[in-house]
Design a protein around this ligand. Structure first.
Ligand SMILES: [Fe+2]
Length: 286
C-alpha cells in the first residue's frame, strides 16, 4: 500500500489496494492510520458494486441506515445514500443540490456521522468538484484565548440551513424538520479514535446555545472563514470510479454546483455512524 499526499492541509490517495478484494485486519489498520493522518483518503479506478461498497465500508465501523434522510436512500439498500441530479420516479431528485454549503454530515442529528465514503458513478464533463477543509488544523491555529472561548460553546445545528432545502417538496421538508429538530453539539470535539481536537462548526450552525443569533453569527462567520481559507482546503476533481472517504469529525466539506445541470452527477454514499452526541434545543432567537 502506498499513501500519496494530495494536499498540504489534508487529503491522500491510497494506491496498491483493491478494495473489492477481501481486506485483512493489518491492511484495515494501515488504511485507518492513513485516514486519521490525512482526514480524506481517495481510492481511484474502483469498479463499483453496491455489496462491495457496503462490505468495504463495514470494515471501518457501523453503517447508518439514513433514517434522517429517508428519501435519498438508494432503492433496496437503506445503507446507501443516493446523491444525484437524475430524476427519481419521474420526480426531480431531492438531493440534486445537496451539500452546497460547508458542513459535516448529519451534524443536524443526535448521531453525527463519523465518516462518509462516497463513490462516483457518473460526473459532468467538467466541474462538480467537492472541497474539504481540515478542522483540526483550524482549531490548532486559534489563539489560546479563543480556544478556551470555543471550548465552552455548544453549536446548534438547524436543518433549515442545510443546502438545497429550497428545492425540496414542502411536505417532505416538513417531515424532515420534524425528524431533525435543532440540536446542540460541542463546538470543539475530541476524535474518539485519534484523540485529536477539532472545531465542530459549519454554515449549518444557526447560533451558540444560550446566545442570540445576532451575538453568535460574527463568531460563526469568523470560524468558518478561517477554517475554509484556501491554504486549509483540498479540492477533489472527481473521476468516475473514485471512492473518496472523509472523516466528519475532523473535516468539513462542500459540493460545488460548478457544472452544466443538463449533465449528470451521480454518487452513492455509505455513512459510518458516530457516537451519540448532542441534545435537542429551542430554535434560534434573533
Ligand atoms: Fe455532505
Amino acid at each position: 500500500m502506498e499513501v500519496v499526499p494530495l494536499g498540504h492541509a489534508l487529503g491522500a490517495e491510497i494506491r496498491g489496494v483493491d478494495i473489492t478484494d477481501e481486506i485483512g485486519d493489518n491492511l484495515v489498520a494501515a488504511i485507518r492510520e492513513a485516514w486519521h493522518r490525512h482526514h480524506i483518503i481517495v481510492f481511484r479506478g474502483v469498479t463499483w458494486r453496491p455489496d462491495q461498497h457496503l462490505t468495504f465500508s463495514r470494515r471501518f465501523g457501523t453503517l447508518d441506515d439514513h433514517e434522517a434522510t429517508p428519501h435519498e436512500r438508494f432503492e433496496g439498500y437503506p445503507e446507501l445514500l443516493e446523491i444525484t441530479n437524475r430524476a427519481k420516479n419521474g420526480q426531480p431528485s431531492q438531493s440534486r443540490n445537496a451539500g452546497r454549503n460547508w458542513h459535516s454530515d448529519y451534524s443536524y442529528t443526535d448521531r453525527p456521522a463519523a465518516a462518509s465514503m462516497l463513490f462516483c458513478t457518473e460526473k459532468p464533463s467538467v466541474g462538480g468538484d467537492t472541497m474539504f477543509c481540515n478542522m483540526a488544523r483550524a482549531y490548532n491555529e486559534l489563539s489560546d484565548k479563543m480556544k478556551s472561548i470555543v471550548g465552552d460553546l455548544q453549536s446548534v445545528y438547524d436543518f433549515n440551513l442545510v443546502s438545497g432545502t429550497r428545492v425540496r417538496d414542502p411536505e417532505k421538508m416538513a417531515e424532515l424538520l420534524k425528524l431533525n429538530p435543532p440540536i446542540a453539539h460541542p463546538c470543539v470535539r475530541v476524535h474518539n479514535e485519534s484523540g485529536v481536537k477539532a472545531l465542530y462548526i459549519s454554515e449549518r450552525t444557526s447560533h451558540f446555545e444560550g446566545m442570540t443569533r445576532a451575538e453568535s453569527l460574527p463568531l460563526i462567520q469568523y470560524l468558518c472563514d478561517s477554517a475554509t481559507r484556501p491554504e486549509n482546503v483540498y479540492r477533489h476533481q472527481w473521476r468516475v470510479g473514485d471512492l473518496v472517504c472523509w472523516d466528519n469529525r475532523t473535516a468539513m466539506h462542500m459540493a460545488l454546483g460548478d457544472f452544466d445541470e443538463s449533465e449528470f452527477r451521480h454518487m452513492l454514499r455509505t455513512t459510518l455512524q458516530g457516537e451519540k452526541s448532542g441534545y435537542v434545543v429551542a430554535p434560534a432567537v434573533d
